[in-house]
Each structure stands twice: as C-alpha cells, then as structure tokens.
Design a protein around this ligand. Sequence first.
Ligand code: AMP
Length: 306
Amino acid sequence: MSLTVIGTVALDSVESPFGKIEEGLGGSATHFSISAAFFSPISLVAVIGEDFPEEHIQFLKSRSINIDDLQKLAGPSFRWKGRYDYDLNTAHTLDTQLNVLTQFDPQLSSQAKQNPFVFLANIDPKLQKKVISQVANKPFIAADTMNFWIEGARDSLLEMLKDIDMLVINEAEARLLAQEYNLLKASNKIREMGPKILLIKRGEYGALAFYEDKIFNAPALPLEDIQDPTGAGDSFAGGVMGYLAKTQDTSFNNLKKAMIYGSVMASFNVEKFSLDRLRNLTHPEIEKRYQAFCELSHFENYELSA
Ligand code: AMP
C-alpha cells in the first residue's frame, strides 16, 4: 500500500564534531521517503529550485519513490544550515533559506490523493493543510513539525492539528507546543488539539507513544558511530509510516513494531552524513538490527509464587 508525503527537499550544510558537509542532499521529505521506501511505495510531494542537482533526483527515482508531484520552480532550492555540538540531540539552526518554498502550491496527482496513508513532514503548516484538503477516502494522516513553525506559525499549525490522526514531534517541541514541561500532561494537552496518537522522539533516549490510555517506550540502541543526527526524526517517521502502510494496521500493537522499525531506520541514518548510510543499506541489515532492538529491552515478568 502506498504512502503520500509532503515536506522539504533541501540542500543541507551541516557541521558536527565528526565532520561536515556542504550542500548535501537533505530535507524532511527526502529523509522520510528514502527511509519509508524500504517498506512501501511513496508519492513525494515537494518543490525544488532550478539549481537542484540532477543526481539527487535520479537517486530518489531509483527507490520506490514516485516523483510526479516533485515541482521544479524558477529560483534557488530550499537550504538549511545547522551545527551539532557533542550533545548530538540538539540541532543549532544557523540559517534557513525558504527560497522556492515560498511559491510552492502543492497540487496532488490522483495517485497521491488516493493513497491510504499520508505523512505531512516538517514544512509550513499552511502547505500541510493544503494537502489535507486534497486527499480522498479519509486516509490515516500523521504529521511532524518543529520550533520554527510552532513559534512562527502557531495559528495555522493549530488548524492543521485538528485534522490529523497522529503527531510525531520531539520532546522539546512537545513542551513548546503544549506550553507544559511535564510530558504526560503535555501529551494530554496535545491530544486535545486533534491527533489521537502522539509519538514523542527523545533522540538518543528512544521514543514514546501515547495511544488512548496506553503508553509505549521504544528504546534507542547505543551506537558507536554517530556522525550526523540530521534527519533522524524524519527517518524514524519514515520507518514508522512505511511499516504501517505496508501492514495497513494502525493498532497499538502494530504501532509498537512500527516504532522499532522507525528506531532502526533512524539508527542507521545517523551513522553517516546526509543520507549516505541509507544508500547501501540492505533489508537483512534492517532485520538484524530489529532483533538487536528486541533483545535490548526484552525482560521476563515475575513468576509470582503462591
Ligand atoms: P530532522 O533532523 O529529522 O529534524 O530534520 C532535518 C531536516 O529538516 C533537514 O534535512 C532540513 O533540510 C529540514 N529542515 C530544516 N528546517 C526546516 C524547516 N523550517 N521546515 C522544513 N524542513 C526543515
């Protein structure tokens, strides 16, 4: 089953204590799509400028990613510049150039409109809302956002939240959105805004799911090699949504498995700069790491003696 995503396709310049990259392939929709395509075909809705390198477009095409809805507009592509210090959980944004994103008017093709799963990756909430208004047959809709939009476009963000089933954000964003420090209280406040399900990404500490009155804590695998955390959140969401779309099952139990696949994809994504680790990643490697995640947090319940 296919999955529609809208988000940014970007040229990222990133510096971490382990190296740097200038104008590499990035963007919320790119990290999401490359990760999700390991599980499900993708319809990518996004915009690029005239300067976007052809080799990146060919890379997207070489996966199960339909780029009929990838618009090319006159002007420069969206660019993001960021830095990480040794606390790799915190991205410091140095520069955001919206460029062609300001002229983007997404018009979904019939395939993108019909897909039963939709992900609104990090982008202007007004554009996320435009996608919601075009989809048919009540798909399962999940969304991401970030402090840039929570602080800069709160009203349109709150409008968008009313129409989605699941929100996937990080811990700091959850606190900022709910204006509440305690995560349990924040999760209740956010779910009153619209989404029934909330996933909170906690960087190197894993991720939490709030689903009706149930909570699941997905672990994070301690990793020896982390070079660039950019896109960890998007590749996590890609694994989650890709697996949900593949299995067509959004029950709590299946969401737990999806979160482990999401965590697996994020753990690979951070091992190299840009999307380089996902370029040669194989399905057996994904399954092996899924098992490692299971072993990491498996424990027996007490046998209560009479
Ligand atoms: P993540 O590390 O998963 O939170 O996402 C990183 C990706 O988000 C980068 O590849 C950036 O190109 C992209 N990005 C950064 N700022 C924004 C923004 N304001 N809106 C949409 N995408 C962004």
